[in-house]
Write a new protein. Structure first.
Length: 527
């Protein structure tokens, strides 16, 4: 199993210390089924491609942006092991037809969620008369045709809780202690609003089923517009939010810690969806903001995880994304009680609420984000905000409101603003629309300048001269530091020995930039 996620054309450009949940889930399924399995990173295979010679099947997990890396790793696989079977999965799988036509070395693509089709696939290849056509959600070539055996299958909640992901991280990830290990707590997303589009591909009939109808009716759009924010494929690919049980999550975290993990991220498109799906049963959770979070279920999870944290005394637990509309005083207090000092990401996208609601299909605006930031800051959290540019139909007015939002956010103590360029993804409402840059180039440049200025000024004011604890990684003759509680990557100076990779160190920040900081080595805290 090769983890090639976020490798783009063959190199990671950000989030170097992240280990996603998907490849570990797949490796765990293989292991449970009794197969001899190894999970390796893209870089390990690239450095030592001869290791591929001993495998009958080579599975690769990749995203749409990783086509270059995928092509490169397949070429290496076939060069070193021509008889091996190549199986591709991950978010890129929804482009199965193009991928199979472009690369005749791929044997199978498991389309969508892996749990059910992969289990059936393993049963078939283990039989004396394998019939791959009986496996659901798998694509392959049949002569000149591309066959997809069935539409993608969403894994039921109970099965999600039964899967035991791969935890033998010391054998899979070099310097395994430094990484943030993403542990899936929610699959799918609750936002089944749609963009109210009327263009060459989609014609919204303004029926408002996706916003006002009973929850189960929101799954289907009469105009076939994909659900969710126009730029995001999660609800279309992975369906409504489904929660894993607290016991299954705690067991996985416990095993990861035993194998050396020190930083755990409770992974979900929105952590506050955790347990909300249980409040609307038997209906699917297809409303992003109603009902309110399931406080009882979240607290149960936090208390169980906190017992682990007290037991091991050297583990940091984090969450990543939340929707601002779900944050209230009670939520902020609970998050602050268990996650104080950690970062938390909130998607704003633009400062124009009407644009967010009607064009993006996101019922969240600046007012919601301001309220959430105030409550989270008050309770010891460190908010990060996402903004975007180049989105379809962004007007001058929308850009000006987004620019104005930066000034408002800066007064609230937001720690970082991350500005993304819109990239059209398959299976999204905006997948057929190219980024709009030239028409608003001057405003986009101003937006970039203000975001960079904001991030630089924050680091200068609050990090310059400060001592922080980081995990050290030695790579290509240099040391990098990854803050224990998350934060900007630190370029560490002043260590002569190359043997401290994986250790915790104290560094003093002596220079800053918009995205990175420079730190002077003070001492080794722990190895």
């Amino acid at each position: 199993m090769i983890d090639a996620l976020a490798r783009a054309g063959g190199e990671r450009y950000s989030t170097y210390d992240v280990v996603g949940a998907g490849p570990r889930i797949v490796a765990g399924i293989l292991y449970k089924k009794g197969f001899k399995v190894d999970l390796k990173t893209y870089e390990v295979v690239l450095d030592e491609p001869s290791i591929l010679k001993k495998y009958d099947y080579i599975l690769i997990s990749a995203m749409s942006q990783d086509k270059g890396a995928l092509k490169r790793i397949i070429k290496l696989a076939k060069k070193n092991n021509p008889e091996s079977k190549i199986v591709v999965g991950g978010p890129i799988s929804f482009e199965y037809e193009n991928i199979l036509r472009e690369n005749d070395k791929i044997d199978y693509i498991i389309v969508g969620e892996a749990e059910i089709p992969l289990t059936r696939f393993l049963e078939e290849i283990s039989s004396s008369n394998p019939r791959i056509e009986k496996v659901p959600s798998i694509a392959f070539r049949n002569g000149n045709d591309i066959v997809l055996t069935s539409f993608p299958v969403h894994t039921p909640r109970k099965i999600l809780s039964l899967i035991k992901p791969w935890v033998f991280i010391e054998n899979s990830y070099p310097n395994h202690k430094i990484y943030r290990y993403y542990v899936e707590v929610v699959r799918g997303c609750s936002n089944f609003y749609r963009p109210l589009l009327s263009d060459d591909k989609y014609k919204c009939i303004k029926c408002m089923v996706c916003r006002n109808a009973p929850l189960k009716h929101r799954l289907k759009c009469p105009a076939n517009i994909p659900p969710g924010c126009g730029f995001c494929s999660v609800p279309n690919l992975f369906g409504p939010a489904r929660t894993r049980s607290p016991n299954s999550i705690v067991e996985e975290i416990n095993d990861l810690i035993k194998h050396g993990a020190r930083r755990i991220v409770l992974s979900a498109p929105d952590f506050l969806d955790y347990g909300r799906d249980l409040l609307v049963l038997p209906n699917p959770l297809t409303d992003p903001c109603e009902p309110a979070p399931n406080m009882e279920y979240i607290q149960e999870l936090f208390e169980a995880i906190n017992d682990l944290r007290l037991k091991y005394n050297n583990v940091v637990i984090m969450i990543e994304n939340i929707k601002a509309c779900l944050v209230n005083e009670e939520v902020a207090k609970l998050l602050g009680k268990y996650l104080s000092g950690t970062t938390i990401h909130i998607g704003l996208e633009t400062g124009d609420y009407n644009y967010n609601l009607n064009v993006l299909g996101k019922p969240i605006g600046l007012k919601d984000v301001v309220k959430a930031v105030k409550l989270l800051k008050k309770n010891g959290l460190r908010p990060y905000i996402y903004l975007m540019y180049g989105l379809p139909y962004m007007s001058k007015k929308t850009y000006l409101k987004t620019i104005k939002s930066i000034k408002i956010l800066s007064r609230l103590g937001v720690e970082k603003i991350t500005l993304y360029k819109f990239t059209p993804l398959p299976n999204t409402a905006f997948g057929h629309i190219t980024p709009e840059i030239e028409n608003h180039k001057e405003l986009i440049n101003k937006l970039k300048y203000l975001v960079n200025k904001f991030n630089y000024n924050y680091k200068k004011k609050f990090l310059l001269g400060k001592r922080i604890i980081v995990f050290l990684l030695f790579s290509k003759g240099k040391y990098y530091g990854y803050p224990l509680y998350h934060g900007p990557t630190v370029f560490v100076k002043g260590i002569k020995s190359p043997y401290f990779s994986g250790c915790l160190a104290e560094v003093e920040i002596y220079d800053v930039a918009a995205r990175f900081v420079w730190g002077r080595f003070i001492r080794i805290v722990e190895c």
